[in-house]
Design a protein around this ligand. Structure first.
Ligand SMILES: Cc1cc2nc3c(=O)[nH]c(=O)nc-3n(C[C@H](O)[C@H](O)[C@H](O)COP(=O)(O)O)c2cc1C
Length: 175
């Protein structure tokens, strides 16, 4: 087979349109302590390995959370429930709040590691930052999970085609 001499150029807007088709769970990543607390909303959370329980999150290095992640070298993933959309909005910076102000409209508890965890989240994963892979504008954070809390009785908040969604319909089963 003939090898391509150059990489094909993909239009950025076509890429963004394609990525809008990915339905994802919405999480809030909390970082820092006290007045240095901040955080960001993320759909890029993914499981990496179970044997050494680890996850991946990608973070824009232009974000206010990046220097705090670098300093504290830990973060907490709070996977949101369907009725925690306002928390997603605050941590995405959509209501203009910065840093610790983003924590004002929800209830939090302090993990033994010092990071804040969201009360009533679908699941909470407290992580130590093990590896950072820089790639263009973003850093891929690999976190070793050191504590977990999970609720089974609530539905996730989803994001798809630029909007928040709820799960609906029956589970699709294999024949
Ligand atoms: C649904 C949703 C998903 C997002 N996912 C990510 C993500 O995975 N990684 C990221 O760096 N930013 C993501 N963002 C953007 C950040 O939440 C936002 O840029 C950040 O909180 C604001 O940056 P600031 O702290 O510098 O104000 C997402 C935003 C939304 C609304």
């Amino acid at each position: 087979m003939e090898e391509l001499a150059t990489r094909s150029i993909v239009d950025q807007s076509a890429f963004k349109l394609s990525m809008r088709q990915l339905a994802g769970a919405v999480s809030v990543i909390t970082v820092g302590e006290g007045d240095e607390r901040t955080g960001f909303t993320a759909t890029s959370v993914s499981s990496l390995s179970a044997e050494a329980p680890s996850i991946i999150v990608s973070l824009n290095r232009g974000s206010s959370s990046w220097p705090v992640v670098e300093r504290y070298r830990r973060f907490c993933v709070n996977v949101l429930t369907a009725n925690q959309r306002h928390v997603a909005q605050s941590f995405a910076g959509f209501d203009g709040r910065q840093g610790a102000e983003r924590y004002e409209d929800a209830q939090w508890y302090r993990l033994s590691t010092g990071t804040a965890a969201l009360k009533d989240a679908l699941t909470v994963l407290d992580c130590e930052l093990e590896t950072v892979l820089n790639h263009h504008s973003h850093a891929i954070l690999i976190g070793r999970v050191c504590a977990i809390e999970t609720r089974e009785d609530v539905e996730p908040l989803l994001y798809w085609r630029g909007g928040y969604r709820r799960l609906s319909g029956e589970a699709v089963t294999c024949p």
